[in-house]
Design a protein around this ligand. Structure first.
Ligand code: ADP
Length: 226
C-alpha cells in the first residue's frame, strides 16, 4: 500500500502525560480507516498530529510524499486549509454566521469570491439534504442538522483527507447513521481518505479497516473489510 497520510513512530507529551509513545499509522488514498480505543488512549492526539494541528515531539508525519511535521506553522496551516477537512464531535459551527456562510467558510478563507463560495455552499446543502436551511443560524438547528452542516463544511473545499473526531458522539443512533452514510457516501464518490476516530464499533463498521490505539501506541490492526 502506498500511504497518502502516514505517521511513523510519533510521540507526543503534554507536560507529564505521554499521550503518544511511538504510534504508527497509515491510510491510502480513498481509504476509510477507523481509529478505535479506550478514552484517553491517544486517538485524538494521533488525529491532531496527522492533521498538522499538533507537531509530535519525535517521529515523522508524511502527507502525499512530503514530510509535514517539519513545516513551519504558515505552510502547515495552509495545508490544513487546502487539503484537509475536519468534522468534530460538536459541529462547532460559528454561531454568528448563517448556515450557508459556515459551509462556505473554508472557501472564503482560501480566497474564493463570496458569491462563488456561497453558490458552492448551497450546492452542498442540497447534496446533504439540507435545502432551505442556508439562512439559519446554528442555534436554530437540531443536532443532526448541525452535524450534517459541519460535514458539508468539512467537504466543501474538496479535501484529500477528512479527519472526523467522534463525529456521531453527540447524536442519537439513527441520526448518527444518517451522518455516517452521508460521510462515507461522499468520501467514496470523491475518493476522499477518511480518518475516523470513534469508540463506537457500530460507527467503525463503516470503515474499510480499523486500528486500535492503546496507551499511545497503535496496538492492533483489525482485519480488512473491503
Ligand atoms: P482519546 O482521544 O483516545 O480519548 P487523547 O488523545 O484525547 O485520547 O488524550 C490522550 C492523553 O493525553 C490523555 O491522558 C489526555 O488527558 C492527554 N491530553 C490530550 N490533550 C491534552 C492537552 N491539550 N493538554 C494536556 N493533556 C492532554
Amino acid at each position: 500500500m502506498t500511504a497518502l497520510i502516514e505517521a511513523r513512530d510519533i510521540t507526543m507529551a503534554f507536560g507529564e502525560t505521554q499521550a503518544l509513545r511511538g504510534a504508527d499509522f497509515e491510510a491510502a488514498a480513498g481509504e476509510i480507516v477507523a481509529v478505535m480505543g479506550p478514552s484517553g488512549s491517544g486517538k485524538s492526539t494521533l488525529l491532531h498530529c496527522l492533521a498538522g494541528i499538533l507537531v509530535p515531539g519525535s517521529g515523522e508525519v508524511w502527507f502525499d510524499g512530503h514530510r509535514i511535521d517539519l513545516l513551519p506553522e504558515t505552510p502547515r496551516s495552509a495545508l490544513r486549509r487546502d487539503r484537509f477537512g475536519f468534522v468534530f464531535q460538536f459541529g462547532q459551527l460559528v454561531p454568528e454566521l448563517t448556515v450557508e456562510e459556515n459551509v462556505a467558510l473554508p472557501l472564503l478563507l482560501g480566497g474564493e469570491r463570496r458569491s462563488a463560495a456561497l453558490r458552492t455552499a448551497r450546492e452542498w446543502l442540497g447534496r446533504l439534504d439540507l435545502d432551505g436551511l442556508g439562512g439559519r443560524r446554528s442555534g436554530e438547528l437540531s443536532g443532526g442538522q448541525a452535524q450534517r452542516i459541519a460535514l458539508a463544511r468539512g467537504l466543501v473545499a474538496g479535501p484529500r483527507v477528512l479527519f472526523a473526531d467522534e463525529p456521531t458522539g453527540s447524536l442519537d443512533s439513527l441520526t448518527g447513521e444518517q451522518v455516517m452514510n452521508l460521510m462515507v457516501g461522499v468520501a467514496r464518490e470523491q475518493g476522499t481518505t477518511v480518518v475516523l476516530v470513534t469508540h463506537e464499533p457500530r460507527v467503525a463498521a463503516y470503515a474499510d479497516r480499523e486500528v486500535i490505539v492503546r496507551d499511545g501506541r497503535v496496538a492492533v490492526a483489525v482485519g480488512e473489510r473491503k
